[in-house]
Write a protein that binds this ligand. Structure first.
Ligand code: HEC
Length: 500
C-alpha cells in the first residue's frame, strides 16, 4: 500500500467515523426540525388559501342570493316592461307572446323583459366592472349563447342527483376561478314561455344559475403573505439548525472531556493494579527473609551478650514483622478490588457469628458477648461475612478497655431489603472527631499502644460500599463505641422486621 493510499483510506474511515458519531445525529435532528417547519409552512399556506377561497365564496354566495331574489321578483310578475332604450331591445325569444311590445298612452314604447333576460342584463353590467361573471344556463337552452360549458354541463348532471349547490376552484383557460352554481327548478309557470322542454316536469332541474369569482387578484395578494411566511420559517429553520449544531458541539466537547478523564482514570487504575502485583510478588519475599534472618541473629549468643546489640536486634525483628504485616494487609486490601462478589449468596449470620466466637474461645474467654437473636440471613457469601465479622470482633478485642472486661452486644434490624447490624462495646471508644478518619487506609490512632496495621476498618468500609451499603461509628456503652454496618438481606426476609 502506498503512502497516498493509506492516507486516503485513513481519511475515509475517519470521515465515516465522524459521520457515524456526529453527522448522523445532527443531520437526523436537523431533518426532523426541517420537516416540522415544512409541515407548519404547508399548513399555514393551506390556511391562507382556504381563507381566500372562503372570502371568494362569500362574494359569490351574496351575488347568487341577490340574483335569485330579483329573478323571483321578475319571474313572479311574469316579466316586467321596460322602455326600449339604453341597450334594452325587444327579446326575439319572446316573439310568440302577444303583448311583448306595448306603447303607453303617451307614446313610450315598452317591451317585456323576462327574468333570464333581466339577469343577463345585470350580469353584463357586472362583467363590465370586471369582478363577477354570472351565467344562466340550461341543457336545452332557448338562446344558444346560454349553452353550458363543460363544467356547467357536469354540474347540471349532478343537480339531477339532488345536489343543491356546487362550488369548486377551477382553472379554465389558464385562469383560476371559484365557481358556485345552484339549480333552477321548473314550475308550471315556466312552461308558458318554455313550451317545448323534453321530459321536464314541474320540480325537475331546469338549468341553473352560476357565478364565477376570478381568483387571480386574491392569489396575487396571497403571494406577498406567503413570501413573508416562508421568510419567517426559513429564518426560524436556520436558527434551529444553528442551535442544534451549537448544542451538539457542546455535547461532543463534554463527551470528549469525559473520555479523556476516563482514559486517565484507567491509566491510574492500571498503575494501581501493577503496584498490587509488585506488592504481592516482590515485597513479600524480602520481608519474610528479613524476619527469618533477624530471628537467626537473635539466636547467636555472641550478639546477645551485648545489651545494645540485643536491643538493636529486637528492634529489627519487630520492625521486620510489622513490615511483613503491612505488606500482607495492603495486598489483602488491593485484592478486594479484583474479587468477584458472588450474587445470590445467602448466609445465616447468627450461626456464623457463634462459630467465629467458638473458634476464638480462648481470646474471648474473659469477654461477655450478648447476641440479640434472631440475626438475619444476609445476601453475602459465607467467606466474606466471616471476614466482615472477623474484622469487627478483632477490633473490639484490640481496643477493649484495660480496666474492665469487654462486653459486646450484637443486634440487627431489617428494613427495606437491608440489615442494619450494630456491634456495641464498652471499650476505649473513639472520639467523635476521629470517627471518620479511622476508615482511611493505614490510619492508626494509637500506634504505640495497640498492635495492628490499621487496615481492618478501611477494608470493612470498602466491602460495605461494594455491597451497596455503608459503615460508620456511633457512641457505644460506657464510653465505648458502636460499629453500625448495613448489608443486603436475602429477599425472603424483606418483610420480616426483627426489632428488639
Ligand atoms: C316571460 C317568459 C318566460 C318565463 C315565464 C320564463 N322564462 Fe325562462 N327564459 C325566457 C326566455 C325568452 C329565455 C331565453 C333568452 C334570454 O336569455 O332571455 C329564457 C331562458 C331561460 C333560461 C336559460 C337557458 C335558455 O333556455 O336560454 C333558463 C334556465 C330559464 N329561462 C329558466 C326559467 C325558469 C326556471 C322559469 C320558471 C320559474 C322560466 N325560465 C320562466 C322566458 C321566460
Amino acid at each position: 500500500m502506498t503512502a497516498r493510499q493509506s492516507w486516503s483510506s485513513w481519511s475515509a474511515t475517519a470521515g465515516e467515523r465522524w459521520y457515524q458519531r456526529h453527522g448522523l445525529p445532527i443531520i437526523s435532528l436537523g431533518l426532523i426540525w426541517t420537516l416540522v417547519l415544512a409541515a407548519s409552512l404547508g399548513w399555514n399556506i393551506h390556511l391562507l388559501f382556504a381563507n381566500a377561497h372562503n372570502h371568494a365564496y362569500g362574494i359569490a354566495n351574496a351575488a347568487l342570493d341577490k340574483d335569485l331574489a330579483y329573478r323571483q321578483l321578475v319571474a313572479g310578475a311574469g316579466g316586467i316592461y321596460a322602455p326600449i332604450e339604453g341597450g334594452i331591445e325587444p327579446n326575439p325569444y319572446l316573439a310568440h307572446i302577444p303583448h311583448r311590445d306595448i306603447t303607453t298612452p303617451d307614446g313610450v314604447a315598452l317591451t317585456l323583459v323576462n327574468s333570464s333576460y333581466f339577469t343577463r342584463l345585470v350580469h353584463d353590467i357586472e362583467a363590465a366592472e370586471g369582478q363577477l361573471r354570472g351565467r344562466v344556463t340550461s341543457l336545452h337552452p332557448m338562446r344558444a349563447a346560454n349553452s353550458p360549458d363543460d363544467w356547467h354541463r357536469q354540474a347540471l348532471a349532478r343537480f339531477n342527483e339532488g345536489l343543491e349547490e356546487i362550488r369548486e376552484v377551477v382553472t379554465i383557460d389558464g385562469e383560476h376561478q371559484l365557481r358556485v352554481m345552484r339549480p333552477r327548478h321548473a314550475q308550471e309557470s315556466c312552461f308558458h314561455c318554455h313550451p317545448s322542454l323534453p321530459g321536464i316536469a314541474p320540480g325537475d332541474v331546469f338549468g341553473g344559475l352560476s357565478v364565477s369569482v376570478p381568483l387571480g387578484k386574491l392569489h396575487g395578494d396571497l403571494h406577498a403573505q406567503i413570501a413573508t411566511l416562508s421568510g419567517g420559517h426559513l429564518l426560524f429553520g436556520a436558527l434551529g439548525w444553528l442551535g442544534i449544531g451549537l448544542s451538539y458541539r457542546r455535547i461532543t466537547r463534554q463527551q470528549r472531556e469525559r473520555e479523556q478523564l476516563l482514559r486517565a482514570l484507567q491509566l491510574r487504575n492500571q498503575e494501581l493494579f501493577r503496584l498490587s502485583d509488585v506488592l504481592a510478588h516482590h515485597f513479600q519475599e524480602p520481608t519474610r527473609r528479613l524476619v527469618s534472618f533477624a530471628r537467626h541473629l537473635q539466636r547467636r549468643q555472641v550478639l546477645l551478650a551485648d545489651e545494645d546489640d540485643r536491643l538493636a536486634l529486637g528492634f529489627i525483628d519487630s520492625q521486620a514483622r510489622r513490615l511483613a504485616a503491612l505488606v500482607r494487609d495492603a495486598q489483602r486490601y488491593l485484592e478486594l478490588d479484583q474479587r468477584q462478589f458472588e450474587s445470590g449468596a445467602s448466609t445465616d449470620s447468627g450461626p456464623l457469628l457463634h462459630s467465629l466466637l467458638a473458634q476464638r474461645a480462648e481470646e474471648w474467654a474473659e469477654a461477655q458477648v450478648v447476641v440479640q437473636e434472631p440475626l438475619p440471613t444476609v445476601a453475602v457469601d459465607e467467606q466474606l461475612l466471616r471476614e466482615i465479622f472477623g474484622i469487627i470482633l478483632d477490633n473490639a478485642l484490640r481496643f477493649r478497655h484495660p480496666q474492665r472486661p469487654l462486653r459486646l452486644t450484637v443486634s440487627a434490624k431489617v428494613s427495606d431489603g437491608r440489615a442494619n447490624f450494630r456491634f456495641t462495646d464498652n471499650g476505649q471508644g473513639i472520639a467523635p472527631e476521629y470517627r471518620e478518619r479511622v476508615f482511611v487506609l493505614f490510619s492508626r490512632l494509637e500506634s504505640s499502644r495497640v498492635a495492628g496495621t490499621g487496615i481492618g476498618l478501611a477494608m470493612l468500609q470498602k466491602i460495605a460500599q461494594r455491597l451497596g451499603g455503608e459503615v460508620h461509628i456511633e457512641d457505644g456503652e460506657a464510653g465505648g463505641c458502636s460499629i453500625v454496618l448495613d448489608l443486603p438481606v436475602v429477599e425472603s426476609q424483606w418483610q420480616v422486621t426483627s426489632s428488639k
